[in-house]
Design a protein around this ligand. Sequence first.
Ligand SMILES: NC(=O)C1=CN([C@@H]2O[C@H](COP(=O)(O)OP(=O)(O)OC[C@H]3O[C@@H](n4cnc5c(N)ncnc54)[C@H](O)[C@@H]3O)[C@@H](O)[C@H]2O)C=CC1
Ligand SMILES: NCC(=O)COP(=O)(O)O
Length: 341
Amino acid sequence: MPLSNITDPAALPPFAVSLGDPAGIGPEIVAKSWVMREARGLPPFFAVGDAASLRAVWLGPIAAVSTPEEAMQAFGSALPCLQVAEAGEIVPGTPSIDGARTALQALEVAVGLARTGSAAGIVTAPVGKEQLYGVGFAHPGQTEFIAERCGVAPHNAVMMLAGPSLKVVPVTIHIPLANVSDALTIDLIRARALTSVKGLQRNFGIARPRLIVAGLNPHAGEGGALGREEIEIIGPAIESLRAEGLDIKGPFAADGLFHSRARETYDAALCMYHDQALIPLKTLHFDDGVNMTLGLPIVRTSPDHGTAFGIAGKDSANPGAMMAALKMAAEAARARIAHDN
Ligand SMILES: NC(=O)C1=CN([C@@H]2O[C@H](COP(=O)(O)OP(=O)(O)OC[C@H]3O[C@@H](n4cnc5c(N)ncnc54)[C@H](O)[C@@H]3O)[C@@H](O)[C@H]2O)C=CC1
Ligand SMILES: NCC(=O)COP(=O)(O)O
């Protein structure tokens, strides 16, 4: 049943968790999350990927399942795993082409299950982007791939990074810093802001979200002396959105937006480029930060970190962000039911 037809949160199916790169820390943090499922109140979930990547790093019980219904039954006693293409020899910390193909297939299957409503949503473990590009992946990241599979235009799929004390939205995402200025347009900022507002309402139950917008340049351009993007692009975008009734302020100097008193004044900060958004978020919430895609018909979250190939297979990966991603996915699914009914 599609999620939009579910009115009782207790009727939600399990979440599909794509395992990401088999040689990264994805399998380990998913297995550790399963171990912590009761202590942390995690929703039922099942892994989608190569079960061998779990076995390579974990001795716990794994149940091979072929449907989310089977996964729901198995979840209490074993980590359910829906097998996709085998990744060949798995050496934690050493990514391979076969592993990248498996990661991509796992993502594809997980998205399909969420789109049909068989899964309550997807939680994606990290992929190695360089490795994915090597197998012909033509999207900058998982966000854009999932958006395409859901029939959503890339500018309407919004990457939001969220932790308990901060939510940030990078307006431009995976592009070279040198291209940021050219990529910033009034239309793009407007699209990100409008989707952010709807996403905060629908996934977080915030009735009237307060947005704040960072400038691109030092001191937000210093009246044009340090750059004109604030005057010609960011400012006009904010003015037009405010005229439509949004609670949105800026552009402000980015360096003053993230201290604790400033964070109390907004629900989400729109940032002009990837690191402007992710540095404060990861500084505050590396171990419980979540990447959520807004603007999709399905719930999608992910831990805020990457594959951490350097520590894969060493049993030192912290599952905190993965557990936060699972919890946030469940809260978002419940919030959507409340919002839509
Ligand atoms: N959502 C996704 O699929 C993401 C994928 N990536 C990919 O991950 C790969 C590596 O990226 P990096 O920039 O090195 O970032 P990274 O997050 O993988 O690693 C950065 C540092 O944090 C540590 N770390 C990361 N997660 C940890 C955890 N759960 N517990 C303990 N330590 C942890 C790593 O060991 C490393 O020292 C790249 O291929 C990148 O494309 C990066 C970010 C997100
Ligand atoms: N730095 C965030 C990131 O890389 C997440 O990208 P995505 O693969 O979730 O689109």
